[in-house]
Design a protein around this ligand. Structure first.
Ligand SMILES: Cc1ncc(COP(=O)(O)O)c(C=O)c1O
Length: 465
């Protein structure tokens, strides 16, 4: 039996013959027709400009999941027809993700809950005494799991100001490191600045010194082709909900050996070959050898994995060149709009000419970023993110804060240490970016039309203006 949905990437509204500037987004997403109430009265269509947090589902993903849903069954257990079908689709999804990532033949794809989960899994399987190298610019999900790895020593490198500095700093740190297993963890694209990191060169530096490298592709994979073999990274991690597949699945893919040699990430059903009760009353388990089975204990999230695979197919069929060109147009529009507001300062490590995905953060002189974000939502129906974006050291560095300065994700209390982030992707029409820059200019020029207050750590409209 096959499971088919009616929508394909061919429902996209532009084609190879599309003129250079076209307002239509390349792939349809859910939520295009959603309207939201304004605090000042009336309703407006919602402009989702927070793709970097969670992107809307592709219509194609939704349709594929809906087509599969009636056939939903248990995976790797159950003799019934639908269990067998679900097992087959789950394993096909694994193969699709491996293709999407350009995995080498021996690489393994493990389904997790998210990038955070994937990197914690890798941290849990590190050989004893592994030295880890990260930049302070990482998202907390890539900065923190290593601190908990048994016997591991973490070196946190200062934020570089150019891609070349990043490569040179890593080179020096690895050169000075004592012998033993080493792992470098690096982001593909920053969730704060959107800037693309020199992954291939960092991988070459890591391998030159006998270190391995894991790529945090949470922000890169939804925007650019990630090819594990071509980048020569050892592992890659990403999240389905940022890749237009919001069904609770993530991926860790890459080399099998450390995964095969370690204790299972979760102990439980599916990770075991046999379990016995010994005569002395102890329970003994013999674990599965295959990394996927060993580290995917419990009933797998088959809908999540299927949705991730569906998104991988849709993005591949649409073509990353075309998707990147659409984003480049949106970025140009955004930057032009922001350039007309002198109070705006765009946050950047690598400077104006840096290659970026559709993620950009900024501050506005005289404004608390949480206040701005709240007003953009309440008065204009535009959803952006405010705060420190779970990358406190980086945002502090960019805003000139001291390490002791407090920071909290999304909290409006830290007035000088938060920023606004705008992010977009395959479903974003040009009109959303134009609306955003227009609304921002109006707010900066005229002030907010409503009053706001802090409630449970968030800036929200007061009940009456
Ligand atoms: C660069 C980066 N890495 C890791 C993560 C963590 O992703 P998740 O919350 O899906 O685990 C994020 C989330 O924003 C991110 O932007």
């Amino acid at each position: 039996m096959t499971v088919t949905s009616t929508s394909t990437a061919s429902t996209a509204t532009t084609s190879a013959t599309t003129p250079a500037i076209c307002d239509a987004p390349p792939l349809p997403v859910l939520g295009r027709d959603v309207t939201v109430p304004l605090v000042t009265g009336g309703e407006v269509s919602y402009a989702a400009l927070d793709y970097a947090a969670s992107a809307p589902a592709l219509q194609r993903v939704w349709d594929d999941v809906a087509a599969y849903a009636p056939y939903y069954g248990s995976v790797h257990r159950g003799a019934g027809y639908l269990s067998q079908l679900s097992t087959e689709l789950f394993e096909q999804s694994r193969a699709t993700v491996a293709d999407f990532l350009g995995c080498r033949p021996a690489d393994q794809v493990i389904f997790t809950r998210s990038t955070t989960d994937s990197l914690n899994l890798l941290a849990a399987v590190l050989p004893a005494g592994t030295q880890i190298f990260v930049f302070e610019t990482e998202h907390h999900a890539a900065l923190l799991p290593w601190q908990r790895a048994k016997g591991a020593r973490v070196t946190c490198l200062a934020a570089p100001r150019t891609p070349e500095q990043a490569v040179a700093a890593l080179d020096v740190a690895l050169h000075a490191a004592p012998k033993g297993p080493k792992l470098v963890c690096v982001t593909g694209a920053s969730n704060v600045t959107g800037e693309v990191w020199p992954v291939r060169r960092l991988a070459a530096a890591a391998h030159r010194h006998g270190a391995r490298i894991v790529l945090d592709a949470a922000q890169l994979a939804p925007h650019r082709k990630v090819d594990v073999a071509e980048l020569d990274v050892d592992w890659v991690a990403f999240s389905g909900h940022k890749l237009y597949a919001p069904f609770g699945a993530g991926v860790l893919a890459g080399r099998p050996d450390w995964l095969r040699d370690a204790e299972p990430y979760l102990a439980g059903g599916g990770a075991t070959r046999t379990v016995v009760r010994r005569a002395d009353g102890q329970v003994e388990a013999e674990w599965q050898e295959s990394p996927a089975a060993r580290h995917e204990a419990g009933s797998p999230n088959v809908i999540g994995a299927y949705a991730v695979a569906s998104a991988c197919k849709a993005l591949t069929e649409a073509g990353f060149d075309r998707l990147a060109e659409h984003e480049r147009q949106l970025l140009d529009l955004l930057r032009d709009g922001l350039a007309g507001i002198p109070e705006v300062r765009v946050l950047s490590l690598f400077g104006d000419g840096a290659d970026r995905v559709g993620v950009l953060s900024f501050v506005v002189q005289g404004w608390n970023s949480s206040h701005l974000a709240a007003a953009l939502s309440a008065e204009h129906g535009i959803g952006v993110r405010d705060g420190l974006f779970c990358a406190h050291p980086l945002v502090r560095h960019l805003l000139g804060g001291e390490p002791e300065d407090p920071g909290a994700c999304g909290s409006p209390e830290n007035l000088s240490f938060n920023a606004v982030r705008v992010s977009f992707g395959v479903g974003t029409p040009h009109e959303h970016v134009r609306r955003f820059t227009g609304a921002l200019a109006k707010l900066v020029r005229e002030g907010a039309a409503w009053t706001y207050r802090t409630e449970s750590g968030r800036c929200v409209p007061a009940p009456t203006a």
